[in-house]
Design a protein around this ligand. Structure first.
Ligand SMILES: [Zn+2]
Length: 390
């Protein structure tokens, strides 16, 4: 197949990509897939991998479905502490482009290329080592079929980063598909993306526990098109045994917006506030989604050495997200200014005012990286409305 190739710069890395992937709204899969809109998503990856590589001997990175190699090549160029990069994609045209880009950036000596099935690539027995230190999985659609292979392929205290692009499934449009793929029921509500992330993390944690592994979430984020999680994987059944204490259900009252974590043995579906029968989401991860040490290190790195982005706008957006995350409360759900306004039958109040009002009145309150209009607080919906609209 004949096609034009262009070079584009992302971070410090030059990438060779099919020309039309730079101009079309939805980048085509053929002859090779490259999504320029995922640049910011990859900026976060580079930042996270850099933190991981500085805290432990992390020598190997596997980009298991690499497309034209954007994430793997950027890691090779921009995270020098990682010594060897493995790039794999079933599409040989994509791998040919990745090889050429590696030469262009003079990182060909640390890059290895493969055109295998994801699971065969990750669990290839004849390599001189068995486990990668960092593994990325970014498939089209659901990562669910590959999660086992990723977990089998990562070293002790290694990092896995996983993207899910089936947001409609995880965020509540297709609850039966969500249960089938992730063993959890989603919920259509203003914080459905956070529930989606928590269902994904719970699914990975339960799969990990089958292999005597446990996971610790480092960082998670989402937008309309994807949910993405960064998790540490720890070997040993001692921690894995406690997985059940971190997984439960979230009860949500569609009437008064009250929500509460429920555990399997003590489920009570009646809303404590208004008596309405609630919806139940889960099983889902009820523990923290962020590791404060890891997020703090991300923030320091950004402030001290932050060039991750070739555009100042993207850098500022990244800084804002990591700052917000650094202060985010560990509550498992958030409120949205618009939902509160519509419950009060009033117009929306700015997020800044919501935060200052609740905080001045002695409540815990923070913004959330899950939603630009979202906030987390220990105030009840009624208390929020009374304070904002009294
Ligand atoms: Zn209620």
């Amino acid at each position: 197949m004949k096609y034009d190739v262009s070079s584009t710069k992302e971070g410090k890395t030059l990438l060779l990509v099919p020309s039309f992937s730079l101009s079309e709204n939805v980048p085509p899969k053929n002859p090779a897939f490259f999504n320029p809109n995922a640049k910011w998503n990859r900026d976060i990856s580079i930042l996270a991998y850099k933190i991981q590589a500085s805290s432990k001997n992390n020598r190997t990175f596997a980009d298991s479905i690499c497309g034209v190699g954007a994430r793997g090549l950027r890691t090779a160029v921009e995270v020098p502490k990682i010594e060897t990069i493995y790039l794999n994609d079933l599409n040989p045209i994509a791998i040919d482009l990745a090889k050429e880009s590696a030469k262009l950036n003079q990182v060909q000596d640390k890059c290895n290329f493969d055109t295998n099935d994801v699971c065969k690539f990750l669990n290839f027995q004849e390599r001189d080592f068995r486990k990668f230190d960092i593994v990325d999985l970014d498939p089209f659609g659901s990562p669910s079929p590959y999660v086992d292979c990723v977990l089998r392929s990562v070293s002790n205290r290694g990092l896995i980063s996983i993207t899910a692009t089936d947001t409609a499934v995880l965020c509540g449009v297709y609850p039966n598909v969500c249960y089938r793929k992730y063993y959890g029921f989603p919920l259509r509500t203003e914080y459905s993306n956070e529930i989606g992330i928590r269902i994904l993390v719970s699914f990975i944690a339960l799969n990990a526990s089958r292999f005597d592994l446990s996971i610790v979430p480092y960082f998670c984020h989402s937008n309309l098109h994807y949910l993405r999680v960064y998790l540490k994987v720890i070997f040993g059944n001692l921690l894995a045994n406690s997985v059940s204490s971190k997984i439960g259900f979230l009860k949500h009252c569609q009437n008064c917006k009250h929500r509460k974590v429920e555990h399997l043995k003590e489920q009570n579906l009646v809303c404590e506030i208004c008596g309405t029968k609630c919806n139940l989401a889960g099983p889902l991860w009820t523990d923290s989604l962020f590791d404060s040490e890891f997020v703090g290190a991300m923030l320091n790195e950004l402030k001290n050495n932050g060039y991750y982005s070739s555009s100042p706008n993207d850098y500022n957006k990244l800084l804002k997200v990591v700052q917000t995350c650094d202060n985010e409360l560990a509550y498992p759900s958030y409120f949205e200014t618009d939902t509160i306004a519509s419950m009060a039958r009033k117009s929306s109040v700015s997020l800044e005012r919501v935060v200052s009002t609740l905080s001045c009145n002695g409540f815990n309150v923070s913004k959330t990286i899950m939603n630009d209009k979202g906030f987390k607080t220990n105030a009840s919906p009624k208390e929020i409305i009374n304070l904002l609209y009294k």
